[in-house]
Design a protein around this ligand. Structure first.
Ligand SMILES: NC(=O)C1=CN([C@@H]2O[C@H](COP(=O)(O)OP(=O)(O)OC[C@H]3O[C@@H](n4cnc5c(N)ncnc54)[C@H](O)[C@@H]3O)[C@@H](O)[C@H]2O)C=CC1
Ligand SMILES: C[N+](C)(C)CCCC(=O)O
Ligand code: NA
Length: 503
């Protein structure tokens, strides 16, 4: 349930375990996308604050209370954070909806996922203690060797607005589990819940500097983090162009990066499915959940010609039935997009598609009952060809484009006809066909007979222009570890490479 009249906390930057005013004292308004009203503000960090936060993080790593912790000790902090998050779940979910426009149902589900993700990495932090030092047997008498897994160092985590606290958690939880000191830079479009994570860390007594949270603009706060000489790694989720900037900045220092850059994912539907409505619902959910602002959204429907007409008829009925409203309203299934900029961007995609000759089968207008807010009806676009912008580019809005196919070969060619490589979905009851597609899809995530279900035990990330590196699962932890080999010479004999001068 939404908390009515929830108070929007007024916070500063979270640095070294304390709230700290930004050096330049600037603030950024918080806008509720459902009403277009300013509902508060967040601090705007700049390069000066980044310096202070990086210094605090480095000191945390050098101090025993963070730098010498065992995984089991860190697990206690992670579990305490999860417990506090759940205590404040309704409030945090309401804040997330007010800030980002996502439906309250989805925000509440996100908060459960956030807490579960902290719990999951608490378990992995504990398990890390037994894997911290792994002997490697060379079957040699003269050498003893082992491999150490150590925290990588100070890590910069730059995250987007579509799942504000969840995307931050996918990086913060494993970074802390690994024993890194982290600096989180959430999106300026939705930072409220990430700042509350700072308050929770303060309350549970997370050692100062282990996690620092710098809100602010990308070029002012994110860029100095990416190019900072004392930040050892950047993990990023967001747009392609920003990913390129981050990788370019990091490259100057040979700083490792992981990039999760969205996509234009296909959902391929075959005529052998048992139940049309079940497939229709997955197609809908795959593209319109979170108002289509999902990096893995299956926004290209590739449907077998023989069932296309009936499928589209039902898709239309289901789409018209979606409740569009203020995200805090009961049963809302589609809220506004996050910002005026995103709203304009979505509308431009639709008008470009029309100009290029595509057909708007349904939607794309402001719903009549909503006079204010960044609302747009979900859109279904047909008569699409593969050279159109709407086929090629990520919209990040509730926009589904449709193409038909006759043969399996055609379907796979259409599915892979994209520069992106994050996710793919196939709907078919033919097990062998599903296996063929699993192999042929050029993506990091495959959904069979569904689209979007995500479990934190499994690796999340893409290939091609969707980026590289993986969040979640054990892979999401590994990326915050330094692998150190240790080789010890255990023989008393001389090495005997050079001739000894005493002989
Ligand atoms: N793949 C995904 O998960 C996401 C994709 N997008 C796409 O990106 C488009 C633009 O949205 P934005 O919010 O502008 O995304 P963005 O990629 O610019 O923002 C993501 C994060 O990067 C930061 N950032 C921006 N410029 C930076 C820089 N030069 N150096 C370091 N950090 C920087 C932002 O402040 C934010 O925290 C959207 O319309 C959407 O199509 C947006 C958010 C998430
Ligand atoms: C899978 N889901 C929808 C819970 C999260 C997707 C994360 C993203 O958009 O990057
Ligand atoms: Na906002």
């Amino acid at each position: 349930m939404a908390i009515r009249n929830v108070r929007i906390p007024s916070r500063q930057l979270y640095i070294n375990g304390e709230w700290r005013e930004p050096v330049k004292k600037n603030r950024i308004p918080i806008i509720n996308p459902a009403t277009e009203e300013i509902i508060g503000d967040i601090p705007a960090a700049t390069a000066e604050d980044v310096d202070v936060a990086v210094e605090a993080a480095r000191r945390a790593l050098a101090r025993d209370d963070w730098g010498s912790t065992t995984g089991a000790q860190r697990a206690k902090y992670l579990r305490a954070i999860a417990a506090k998050l759940l205590e404040r779940k309704s409030e945090l979910a309401t804040l997330e909806s007010l800030d980002s426009g996502k439906t309250l149902f989805e925000s509440a589900a996100d908060m459960d996922d956030v807490a579960a993700c902290f719990e999951y990495y608490a378990d992995l932090a504990e398990a890390l203690d037994s894997k911290r030092k792994t002997p490697v047997n060379l079957h040699l008498d003269s050498f003893k060797t082992y491999v150490l897994r150590e925290p990588l160092g100070v890590v910069g985590l730059i995250t987007p607005w579509n799942y504000p606290l969840l995307m931050a958690t996918w990086k913060v939880a494993p970074a802390l589990a690994a024993g890194c000191a982290a600096i989180l830079k959430p999106s300026e479009l939705a930072s409220i819940t990430c700042l509350e994570l700072g308050e929770i860390c303060r309350e549970v007594g997370l050692p100062p500097g282990a996690l620092n949270i710098l809100t602010g603009l990308g070029p002012e706060a994110g860029a100095p983090l990416s190019s900072h000489p004392h930040v050892d790694k950047i993990a990023f989720t967001g747009s392609g162009p920003t990913g390129v900037k981050i990788m370019t900045a990091a490259a100057q220092l040979v700083k490792p990066v992981s990039l999760e850059l969205g996509g234009k994912s296909p959902i391929v539907v075959f005529d052998d499915i048992d139940n049309l409505d079940i497939a229709v619902e997955w197609a809908l959910f795959g593209c319109f959940a979170n108002t289509g602002q999902v990096c893995s959204a299956t926004s290209r429907l590739i449907i077998q010609e023989s069932i296309a007409s009936e499928f589209l008829d039902r898709l239309l009925l289901w789409t018209k039935n979606i409740k569009i409203s203020d995200p805090l309203e009961e049963d809302c299934k589609l809220g506004p997009v996050v910002s005026s900029g995103q709203y304009e961007k979505v509308l431009k995609f639709i008008s470009n598609a029309k100009n290029e000759g595509a057909t708007i089968l349904y939607g794309g207008k402001r719903p009549e009952h909503l006079k204010k807010g960044y609302y747009v009806q979900p859109i279904i676009i047909t008569d699409v060809n593969t050279s159109m912008e709407i086929w090629k580019e990520e919209v990040f809005g509730p926009v589904l484009c449709v193409k038909t196919f006759k043969t399996e070969e055609e379907a796979i060619e259409l599915a892979n006809d994209t520069k992106y490589g994050l996710a793919s979905a196939i709907m078919s009851k033919d097990v062998e066909r599903c296996e063929r597609f699993t192999k042929a899809f050029q993506t990091g995530i495959i959904w069979i007979n569904c689209s979007q279900p995500t479990f934190h035990q499994l690796p999340w990330g893409g290939k091609k222009r969707s980026g590289f590196g993986r969040d979640l699962g054990e892979w999401g932890l590994e990326k915050y570890l330094n692998i150190k080999q240790v080789t010890e010479y255990t023989s008393d004999d001389a090495w005997d490479f050079y001739k000894s001068p005493s002989n």
